[in-house]
Design a binder for this molecule. Structure first.
Ligand code: NAD
Length: 470
């Protein structure tokens, strides 16, 4: 599939295969672009600014709604392609499509709500006699750099609000899974003037880096790992940056919790998309008194997961993004076992598949829970009380989301207030998001928020206009 730049299909002499991680087959090839191509996309995006900014909010909103309809019509085709390139069960791909449609719809609605406020300058010293108001203006060109795990929805979380507030966009899709995003860009391009949406494929270290350092790009909206995010924040210069980075989300299960509900939370939280979820349940912190019962029930439910072809509707556990990624998870679990943890179920790899694995007696000094383990692993850390649970929950460089299971309101509120994370859910796992909520982590999990309204705030600049009436 070619790139889309200035409304034209653009190829490259160098190409990269997109591989289906389930069977190793080549699905398609995409160009490996170089700096000149990234530069062309920057010029086209800048040239298209005027045509987009001239459009009324009414028209922008309607056009986004038209794309919503097109995406709905193509829902199954997009979901299939997503499963092929990511290895994600088709059921989950259909959910990603539904969320993508919803996200786009929210942006189409938000396009009509971008306005400033009147400001009482007379509340400040010497401000009497003014009439003043603010306007929210587009930044110009927004570059969206996205990861492989939820390529479509995460890209829409950037480009839909960007266009809603009249920024043109350049998308740098994930290298491993670029196809769904590229196909979606074509749908947008049918509605909007040439150059409003552009795609540049290739390596992050070359084209991604070029976009990050260019002075003609006004904002970087990045989702991906902490390592890449930190590099971007150091290189972006004066442009605005939003960073949605990794997570190491805790699930705290206190002794009075509804254990069945908490177990269900782990199944939905630790094994979704084979554990490759930023807000996945990555550390299960359980009060010792109920830990045996919790672990037994978790094993029973984990063993019900169905591994298989991602395109089969019965499959609930797909592959990881690559064999290399699965090997990395295998090694991390192996090291934890060497240090004293016990596998209760799972623990085996087959190509890019890794079994859904429950591992008990994990301690906070193991790499398995110090780093973000991006695989279907549920590590249980046993603690003695709520104080220790909070201390362990916060013992990490990350702070994306968290879940707490308890029937005690006082402990629930205490955990909610003391756990350092962008979101804390009570009686729900961290792996939950509606597309309108403010989403974004504390600590090394990121800077800035997404969730359409909040993304728009980060993609506009505020101008104050003051009229001296005296
Ligand atoms: P990654 O950081 O390796 O890559 C993300 C994107 O950045 C890719 O498109 C890549 O090509 C590009 N990139 C790489 N080097 C770059 C550079 N030097 N300059 C500019 N761009 C560069 O991440 P990944 O492995 O694709 O995704 C997994 C990570 O993403 C995990 O850490 C996960 O937690 C995180 N993630 C976070 C969220 C969130 O919303 N917080 C959501 C999903 C995934």
């Amino acid at each position: 599939m070619d790139m889309l730049i200035g409304g034209k299909h653009v190829s490259s002499e160098d190409n990269e295969n997109v591989i289906n991680p389930y069977n190793g087959e080549v699905i398609d090839t995409v160009p490996i672009a170089h700096r000149q191509t990234a530069d062309l996309a920057i010029q086209e995006a800048n040239n298209a600014k005027e045509s987009l900014q001239e459009m009324s909010a009414f028209k922008v909103s309607n056009k986004l709604f038209n794309v919503v309809e097109k995406l709905k019509e193509n829902r199954e085709d997009f979901a299939r392609l997503l499963s092929l390139e990511v290895g994600k069960p088709i059921k989950e791909s259909l959910v990603e499509l539904d969320r993508s449609i919803e996200t786009l719809k929210l942006a189409a609605e938000e396009a009509k709500r971008i306005y400033g406020e009147s400001v009482p300058l007379d509340a400040g010293l010497n401000g009497k006699g003014f009439f003043a108001f603010t306007q929210r203006l587009p930044l110009g060109v927004v570059a969206a750099i996205t990861p492989f795990n939820y390529p479509l929805n995460l890209t829409i979380h950037k480009i839909a609000p960007a266009i809603a507030c009249k920024n043109t966009v350049i998308i740098k899709p994930p290298t491993e899974a670029p196809l769904t995003v590229m196909k979606f860009a074509e749908l947008l391009d049918e509605e909007f003037p040439d150059g409003v949406v552009n795609t540049v494929t290739g390596y992050g270290s070359e084209v991604g880096d070029y976009l990050v350092t260019s002075t003609e790009v006004n904002k970087i909206s990045f989702t991906g790992s902490v390592t890449t995010g930190m590099m971007i924040s150091q290189k972006a210069g004066m442009k605005k940056v939003t960073l949605e980075l990794g997570g190491n989300d805790p699930m705290v299960v206190l002794k009075d919790a509804d254990i069945d509900k908490a177990v269900k939370g782990v199944i939905n939280g630790a094994f979704l998309n084979a554990g490759q979820v930023c807000m996945g349940v990555k550390r299960i912190i359980v009060e010792d008194e109920i830990a045996d019962e919790f672990a037994q029930k978790l094993v029973v439910e984990t063993e019900k997961l169905v591994r298989g072809n991602p395109l089969d509707l019965k499959t609930t556990l797909g592959t990881l993004i690559s064999q290399k990624a699965a090997k990395q998870v295998e090694e991390t679990v192996h090291n934890a076992v060497e240090s004293g943890a016990q596998i209760l179920t799972g623990g085996a790899r087959d190509g890019a598949f890794y079994e859904a694995t429950v591992i008990d007696n994990v301690t906070t000094d193991m790499d398995l829970v110090i780093n973000e383990t991006f695989g279907p692993v549920a590590p249980i850390i046993r603690v003695n009380n709520v104080d220790e649970a909070i201390q362990v929950a916060n013992d990490t460089e990350y702070g994306l989301q968290a879940g707490v299971f308890t029937a005690d309101y006082a402990n629930a509120m205490r955990c909610a207030q003391e756990i350092e994370a962008g979101t804390v859910f009570i009686n729900k796992q961290s792996t939950f998001r509606t597309d309108n909520m403010p989403f974004g982590g504390f600590k090394n999990s990121g800077v800035g928020k997404e969730g359409i309204k909040y993304a728009v705030e980060e993609m506009t600049k505020t101008k104050l206009i003051g009229l001296n009436l005296r």
